[in-house]
Write a protein that binds this ligand. Structure first.
Ligand SMILES: O=C(O)C1=C[C@@H](OP(=O)(O)O)[C@@H](O)[C@H](O)C1
Ligand SMILES: C=C(OP(=O)(O)O)C(=O)O
Length: 428
């Protein structure tokens, strides 16, 4: 199916983006392992988080889903039951990798698999440290899904991670919950720290100095309710749209601004963006409202420790760069090649269709911006972030565009197209 995308003059109004995907996954997983009920508000009803719910239901966890809230009836650290069938993780790397950390410590066998994209994504990165802990985990061709896990006693390890990945870090720490001694992970650069914050909130001892994190196995996790903030990764589409279209002014309410996630704000500000943080609040996770107004953007280098802090926003940042004056060089972003699609290749291909000057490099892209771009028929590659990024790009292109296979946006933002349309000025 091809979905029409039209250009827009400007975007104005208020938006509330859906709940943070990373925190929604973790709220269900940690709630399942907790000693009482967890009430989750603001939960992201995206397909990825629904895959997490489905996997835990298959392990005997009762989870009530209503419009108002999700209630996870925790079974305790040692209360999961052997599933009768394969645990299907859909399109979700977060579900697949974090779940394996938990499964490594269970007294039952299990098999995990996901869709065609998940079956291509590297799992060796979690298998290696989990095996060092004693886990019995094997995969297709050594490092791919389906993964099979058998019961084995786990020991704490000290592990230096080869990549800054919150999924890898979390898989190790979650296995560490079931180990007989503390586990330490060392990251090359800080990645999102929702796991550490939330486990601490549940009473576990997690000590962190930024890149070295040590978890002491707890006796129990004590349930706490979770208010999920809006996802800054979803807010990013409106930030970029508001910046590149003239006369735009958008307020995005209730956005999570955990410092390990705000690389997108830093990068856009370095490009000259006018973004205000209003009403800063929040405890476990900091939150604010973001006001964005049209700005004249210029290119900037995007590399180093900033990359893990904006990894999922690079596709839409590439769109911003295509409308910015001068050159934007994105480096150190080779992790983009192992996401839902190879996002370096797919974003280079799709942006090039508009006439943009984009070059793919080994670990990123070089984009020379600020020339008029034209509409085109885009492919999503079944990658939600590519689909939403190209929809933002189409707003500022001359002429109409369309996108094939747009339904993938439901992975992280089911109402994306409706919300974007509602911001367009009437009469357009
Ligand atoms: O831990 C998480 O919730 C996530 C970590 C990131 O992946 P990596 O850990 O593979 O970088 C990110 O791309 C993904 O969308 C969500
Ligand atoms: C990479 C992503 O998610 P996951 O790894 O959970 O599939 C994403 O949402 O951009």
């Amino acid at each position: 199916m091809s979905y029409p995308l039209t250009a827009a003059q400007s975007l104005r109004g208020d938006v509330t983006v859906p709940g943070d995907k990373s925190i929604s996954h973790r709220a269900v997983m940690f709630g399942a392992l907790a000693d009482a009920d967890t009430h989750i508000t603001g939960f992201l009803m995206g397909e990825d988080c629904l895959s997490t719910i489905s996997c835990f239901k298959k392990m005997g966890v009762s989870i009530d889903v209503s419009e108002k809230e999700v209630v996870v009836h925790g079974v305790g650290l040692h209360g999961l039951k052997a599933p009768d069938e394969l645990l299907y993780t859909g399109n979700s790397g977060t579900t697949t990798r974090l779940l394996c950390g938990i499964l490594a410590g269970q007294p039952f066998s299990s098999t995990v698999n996901g869709d065609a994209s998940i079956q291509k994504r590297p799992m060796g990165r979690i298998m290696k440290p989990l095996r060092e802990m004693g886990a019995d985990i094997s995969g297709k061709d050594g490092n791919l899904c389906p993964l099979t896990i058998h019961p084995a006693p786990l020991h704490g390890i000290h592990y230096t991670m080869p990549v800054a990945s919150a999924q890898l870090k979390s898989a190790i720490l979650l296995a560490g919950l079931f180990a007989d001694s503390p586990t330490t992970v060392v990251e090359p650069a800080p990645s999102r720290d929702h796991t550490e914050r939330m486990l601490r909130g549940l009473g576990a001892q997690v000590v962190s100095n930024g890149t070295e994190i040590t978890l002491t196995p707890p006796k129990a996790l004590h349930a706490v309710n979770v208010e999920v903030p809006g996802d800054i990764s979803s807010a990013a589409y409106f930030l970029v749209a508001g910046l590149i279209l003239p006369d735009s002014d958008i307020v995005i309410r209730n956005v999570g601004i955990n410092p390990t996630r705000t690389g997108i704000l830093d990068a856009l500000e370095a490009m000259g963006a006018n973004i205000e943080r209003l009403n800063e609040r929040g405890t476990v996770e900091p939150i604010c409202d973001l006001r964005v107004r049209s700005s004249h953007l210029h290119g900037t280098p995007i590399c180093g420790d900033m990359i893990p802090r904006l990894i999922d926003e690079i596709p839409v940042l590439a769109v911003a760069a295509a409308f910015a004056e001068g050159e934007t060089v994105i480096r150190d972003a080779q992790e983009l090649k192992v996401k839902e699609s190879n996002r370096i290749a797919t974003m280079t291909a799709e942006l090039s269709k508009t006439g943009a000057d984009v070059r793919e490099t080994e670990d990123g892209m070089i984009i020379r911006g600020d020339k008029p771009l034209h509409g085109a028929n885009f492919a999503s590659y079944a990658d939600h972030r590519v689909a939403m990024s190209m929809a933002v790009c189409a707003l500022a292109c001359e002429g109409d565009s369309s996108i094939d296979d747009p339904d993938c946006v439901a992975i992280s933002y089911p109402t994306f197209f409706e919300t974007l349309d509602a911001l367009k000025q009437k009469g357009e």
